[in-house]
Design a protein around this ligand. Structure first.
Ligand SMILES: *Cc1c(COP(=O)(O)O)cnc(C)c1O
Length: 356
């Protein structure tokens, strides 16, 4: 029934939240659940992660899903609001805004709201994506504190560009810049997953882990398991055809892969229409009956082809793990020249998420 499927292990999610707490024992946790909980299903992961001190999402719609599911705690809108309507909805639902732009400050001054909002001020410490330059922070905080639409300025937030790189000079500069800003009475937050794991001096008052909660590692050279995490998603399917091919037979679109000898080839029901990366190179492993076999040929929309020379006895219906425990999504990302973030987020809607 319903293959492929993504099995979501909520006990692994709880385990990973616990690892965050251990690594940052003096910080509060803002669990990042944007992009449908990194593809795991927002409402489902929110039930477990509600033990965190707050949620962070990127967009208003994501925050409303949480409110409509009955969550009454703090929800931080990481990109804040972009227009008058968004501001009014955010106020009506008691969301916490990140203010990163002068235009957002102007909206807060100009638009009447139902109830004043709590805000974080975003500071650009060197990533140059979002935030006020450090020299404008004092002025922006002062303006927010005077603004009737603002209930409280709760903290300064920034984001690290290179937290996944060891001993990075930009990280050092960003942290130094962040610490040099002194506005009394404000929390500070700059740590994503990589900084939670590798950069204790970046923990400050609130950490903002995303990827590590789902059990994957943000570092190119190590897996989540190596840093004590458990993968939350197992992407699973099954074999739907077996072929006994001859030397010289080519496989799939473009006939890019040619059998070097007589061999058994399997077809598994997973493709880019499910979110499996089309750029997964030949040799990318999948687990058939728990044992790794290499992908051969091109990834199609609904299928991949597998070299079953190591398992000629495999049969139609046999289970295939695409990633999960024993086959880290980080490793698949590496074979597809991408990152685990992208693979988890891009699992498509036709793949049912099944709670374990
Ligand atoms: C997505 C995001 C995070 C979480 O990053 P991870 O690398 O997944 O831990 C933290 N902060 C901000 C501002 C983000 O946009």
């Amino acid at each position: 029934m319903n293959f492929p499927q993504a099995i979501i292990d909520l006990s692994a999610l709880r385990h990973n939240l616990q690892r965050v707490r251990e690594r940052a024992p003096y910080s509060r946790v803002m669990a990042v659940v944007k992009a449908d909980g990194y593809g795991h299903g927002l409402k489902r992961v929110a039930q477990v992660l509600a033990e965190a001190h707050a949620f962070a999402v990127a967009r208003l719609g994501e925050a409303l899903v949480l409110r409509q599911a009955g969550y009454q705690g703090t929800i931080v809108l990481l990109e804040g609001i972009a227009d008058k309507e968004e501001l009014q909805v955010a106020a009506a639902y008691n969301l916490t805004l990140v203010v990163h732009e002068t235009t957002q400050l102007d909206l807060l001054w100009q638009v009447p709201v139902k109830a004043p909002l709590s805000v974080w001020l975003k500071v650009d410490t060197g990533m140059h994506r979002l935030g006020f330059p450090p020299e404008r922070v004092a002025e922006a905080v002062a303006s927010l504190r005077r603004c009737p639409a603002v209930a409280a300025v709760v903290g300064l937030m920034s984001h690290l560009a290179n937290a996944d790189q060891a001993e990075d000079s930009l990280t050092a500069i960003q942290l130094e810049t962040f610490e040099r800003i002194t506005v009394p009475g404000l929390w500070r937050s700059i740590a994503n997953s990589a900084a939670v794991i590798a950069c204790p001096q970046a923990h400050f008052d609130w950490v903002r882990p995303g990827l590590m909660l789902y059990g994957a590692s943000p570092f190119a050279n190590c897996t989540g398991a190596a840093v004590g995490l458990k993968p939350v998603m197992t992407l699973k399917t099954r074999l739907i055809a077996i072929h006994h091919l001859h030397p010289g037979d080519s496989i799939g679109y473009g006939a890019t892969w040619v059998c070097p000898e007589a061999m058994v080839v399997g077809v598994a029901a997973i493709g880019y229409g499910d979110g499996y990366p089309r750029h997964a190179a030949p040799g990318t492993p999948l687990l058939v009956n728990g044992r790794p076999v290499p992908l051969v040929g091109r990834v199609s929309m609904d299928m991949v082809t597998l070299d079953l020379r190591s398992q000629p006895e495999a049969k139609v219906g046999d289970p295939v793990i695409v990633w999960g425990p024993g086959l880290p999504v980080e490793e698949i990302a590496c074979h597809a020249a991408t990152i685990p973030y992208e693979l988890l987020c891009q699992v498509t809607a036709r793949v049912p998420r099944i709670r374990e």
